[in-house]
Design a protein around this ligand. Structure first.
Ligand code: ACM
Ligand code: ZN
Length: 539
């Protein structure tokens, strides 16, 4: 074909298939890239194909991850080497202007060229390369009768938000290291970059702390009432053994943090305070107002009155010790300190808490909570970390540098942004994946409530009442998975998929590139990928 003729066809097809008017024959990439143009032809991956990279050891690691992903299904060797002439080229080039995490992908009949300024950009880019291949590429055994082709495309892509997160509660039910890695893999393929790990709650303390061994010896275990409904479980009785639970050792935590880092995912640990700490108080009752004794509750607790004492100095010594070990394990710039749902009944009758209110000139128990969080923030800041907490940390006044995770609605995030604080949006109504996604009659037992895929997709993290300047404080959004009713990994996968797939487009793609019809047309291909990966998901 003459070159001019080809150019005309390419231009026409680019116009036709430009993703602004999403065309059904566009490759089914989720989240939708910033710009994607399709040309005629395919690149064919062959047994002799080679992956080259420039950019040193981190680029090498990304090239190796791409090869490792494709070797089992293709059976090809896919050798990687540091040069510039592989069939698939990963190029590190930080000249010129690049957005954070940006990658550019050019596929011609001769080669695939993925360029980015950083290895992180390359890593996001290989997620797109995966999706341009047939779904069988995701399989763990050799797939035969597959044409390993990638359509010719030109893609420029970068995320809308810096914080693209997914949370997992491992307290209400414990999930093992293998599942946590699988969960991180799911986040990575969706180009998410934050794993919010809810390690502490009333029903189980899940992180080994050297200085306070009883946190896991006692706090990680509860009596087994799994045969009873969550909210009608009798507390542990005298003489009963607590046998149900688990925790992560320091070594396991390091392994997971490293695994996530290799996927350019930050693990943000959540160490709850002052409430949701029944497990900690069962181990160390002296840090409560009453002194206990307490047992780890095997099911629902409400209201949450047994909380850390804000009057005793020893409470803060304990928490600073715990956070010091947490910071050793987690390089995350943020440490999540919970802050939600504290019932302050005990603070009202505790002489130590009341003395603290008087001595600090605080107005009431809300201001005492604010004192508590500010004090912890100061400690974290002095160690070079930032504090993030659920939106209740606004009560009694927000700590000076705090980031707010807005869960009860949008209001907390709006208040934070209007006062110059960063906020992550995770409103229950769009982001809590622990409620039903379909007819309860045919779904696993969940929290009551319905959050459909379409509603997740319609989520707009930046509330309209914010000015453009204020909007900059909305650094992103995340999904949450609370596990009161989720006892195993397969159910956890089912609850997040494909709602997480919808959320990934909310947090990554430009709003003008988002359309429910286009997403629904691309989703079945993603589901074929889930099938090939053996993931459990809602159809
Ligand atoms: C929460 O759901 N209590 C943050
Ligand atoms: Zn107290």
């Amino acid at each position: 074909m003459k070159i001019s003729y080809l150019l005309v066809i390419m231009t026409l097809s680019a116009l036709l298939f430009s993703c602004k008017t999403e065309h059904p024959s566009l490759p089914a990439v989720i989240p939708m890239p910033v710009s994607m143009e399709v040309a005629i032809g395919d690149f064919v991956l062959k047994p002799s194909s080679r992956i080259s990279y420039t950019g040193g050891v981190e680029a090498a690691a990304v090239a190796e991850q791409l090869a490792a992903m494709l070797r089992p299904s293709t059976g090809f060797a896919l050798n990687t080497s540091e040069d510039s002439d592989g069939d698939i080229r990963l190029v590190t080039d930080n000249s010129g202007e690049w957005k954070p995490e940006e990658y550019r992908l050019s596929v011609t009949g001769r080669r695939v060229t993925l360029t980015a300024a950083t290895p992180e950009g390359l890593f996001r880019g290989i997620q797109t390369v995966r999706q341009l291949l047939p779904p069988q590429a995701e399989g763990s055994a050799i797939a035969t009768d597959v044409d390993w082709v990638i359509p010719c495309v030109d893609i420029t892509d970068y995320p809308r938000f810096d914080w693209r997160g997914m949370h997992l509660d491992v307290s209400r039910h414990f999930f093992d290291v293998d599942f946590i890695k699988r969960y991180i893999d799911i986040l990575a393929m969706h180009k998410l970059n934050v794993f919010h790990w809810h390690l502490v709650d009333d029903q189980g303390w899940r992180i080994e702390i050297k200085k306070y061994p009883r946190l896991t010896e006692t706090g990680a275990w509860r009596v087994d009432r799994e045969d009873k409904p969550w909210n009608s479980r009798e507390p542990q009785q005298p003489g009963e053994k607590a046998t149900y639970g688990g925790f992560y050792t320091r070594e396991q935590i390091k392994e997971i943090v490293e695994y996530a880092a290799e996927r350019y995912i930050t693990v943000v640990p959540e160490i709850e305070m002052p409430a949701h700490v029944g497990s900690a108080l069962a181990a160390y009752p002296q840090y409560s107002c009453t002194g206990g004794p307490f047992t780890v509750p095997p099911g629902g607790v409400w209201p949450i009155t047994d909380i850390y004492c804000a009057g005793k100095e020893e409470t803060f010594t304990f928490l600073e010790d715990v956070l010091t070990e947490v910071m050793e394990l987690f390089p995350s710039p943020w440490i999540h300190v919970g802050g939600d749902e504290a019932d302050k009944t005990e603070w009202r009758r505790c002489p130590d808490c009341q003395a603290r209110i008087r001595n600090e000139g605080l107005k009431d128990e809300d201001e005492l909570q604010s004192y508590f969080i500010r004090r912890i923030e100061k400690f974290l800041n002095s160690n070079g970390r930032g504090l993030i907490g659920w939106d209740e940390i606004l009560q009694g006044g927000l700590a000076p540098e705090a980031t707010v995770m807005s869960w009860q609605g949008f209001e907390g995030g709006v208040a934070a942004a209007k006062s110059g604080h960063q906020a992550v949006m995770a409103p229950v109504s769009y982001c809590y994946f622990n409620v039903y996604q379909g007819d309860p009659a045919t779904e696993p037992v969940s929290f009551s409530g319905l959050l459909t895929l379409k509603k997740v997709y319609s989520f707009e993290p930046v509330p309209p009442e914010l000015t453009p300047d204020e909007s900059k404080y909305i650094i992103g959004a995340q999904g949450c998975l609370w596990t009161e009713y989720i006892t195993d990994g397969k159910t956890a996968e089912y609850m997040i998929l494909p709602r997480l797939t919808a959320l990934s487009e909310v947090v990554w793609s430009a709003p003008e590139n988002r359309a429910w019809e286009g997403f629904s047309a691309r989703l079945p291909k993603m589901m074929e990928r889930f099938d090939a990966m053996g993931l459990t998901y809602s159809k």
